[in-house]
Write a protein that binds this ligand. Sequence first.
Ligand SMILES: [Zn+2]
Length: 194
Amino acid sequence: MFYTGGWVHVICGCMFCGKTDEMLRLLRRFSIAGRRVVLIKPRLDTRTDEATVVSRSGAHHRAATVDDSRGIDAVVGNADIVAIEEGQFFDEALPDVVTRLADAGKQVLVTGLDTDFRGIPFGAMPRLMALADQVTKLTAICMVCGEPATRTQRLIDGEPAPADSPLIVIGGMGDEKYEARCRQHHEVPAAQLA
Ligand SMILES: [Zn+2]
């Protein structure tokens, strides 16, 4: 595919579907062609302005961190390609920022979880997907049955996390982990009444 003007490409899916690997593959391809690339991620628990995005396969790329979508313009500079990681953790203004960058002729790639651990559309991702020129929705493999997985299962102490557990956990709460699951094996118990 040729990119002659602005373009928005969203790469989404559940955890373990290879979003970051796909993003880094595309960035490598752009870099080889001499295009100027900037990779941006939201600042979550890190204090640093410079970070590295590392995929589960070990591929990595230097990244700038920003506090919110308003911080994106300041780090874009003269880049031709603007890549944004973890789109689901940005605020609701992200689709507007991305649209403006594309209107200015930049190719914008955004990765993110399309749904949260409850299976509910995550943050600004659904609007971003609707406004995008191209959406790549990747699947993982269900850790229960081996079928294609589209959902992120959160487990706390080995049990499916209830619907009212916090959406974003930084630093962890107890023994928390995630698995890719298919629709059939994705479990979200109803909120626990205190
Ligand atoms: Zn399954």
